[in-house]
Write a protein that binds this ligand. Structure first.
Ligand SMILES: [Zn+2]
Length: 181
């Protein structure tokens, strides 16, 4: 026969275990959401117009996605933005996966950054480019992502994105130089 106090002790023990397991799952999930980032994928919008709100509306209405496909938008001065101004999407605020490539794994562990502009036709302005480099340096430091994991969309899939005027090798070098300072 089990005595009363011992059974009560077991119940308390089980309750404690359940609370600990819950906390572990909660914190683990939070840690995963915050620390899962392994790549940064660079895109261009292939159009010189628009800002975050413009592309959010476009992606929601035309593609049926819940939000813009990207985590960060680096503006070019269109739609009342300041050239180089960075906008953070709700995807990033919620640490949700993006929709920027056809690869779900990359969308899940990759931070998607888009340059507004058609960089297949022309280079980004110095201000916009410098702003991109400083954003990448910040993200690379924060999430411990080495420059070789900063990749252009075209290095992953059959596309011209982010355009021939965005030299990915030079971009990685510029980020690496800043990181080494
Ligand atoms: Zn792209």
């Amino acid at each position: 026969m089990q005595s009363g106090p011992r059974r009560r002790f077991r119940l308390r023990y089980l309750l404690l275990l359940a609370v600990a397991a819950g906390a572990f799952v909660f914190l683990g999930r939070h840690a995963w959401r915050e620390w899962r980032w392994r790549y940064i994928v660079i895109h261009h919008t292939a159009s010189d117009a628009g800002n975050l709100e413009y592309y959010r509306r476009l992606h929601k209405e035309e593609r049926g996605w819940p939000d813009i496909a990207y985590h960060f938008v680096v503006n070019n001065g269109a739609s009342n933005t300041v050239p180089g101004q960075i906008e953070e999407s709700n995807l990033w605020k919620e640490r949700s996966r993006g929709y920027s490539t056809r690869n779900t794994y990359v969308n899940t562990v990759g931070i998607a950054v888009v340059m507004v502009g058609n960089l297949e036709r022309h280079a980004p302005t110095t201000l916009q480019y410098q702003s991109l480099v400083s954003l990448l340096v910040t993200l690379a430091r924060e999430y411990d992502i080495p420059p070789e994991r900063i990749i252009g969309h075209r290095e992953l899939q059959q596309t011209k994105c982010p355009g021939q005027h965005l030299d990915m090798a030079k971009l990685r070098e510029d980020v690496a130089r800043e990181l080494a300072r």
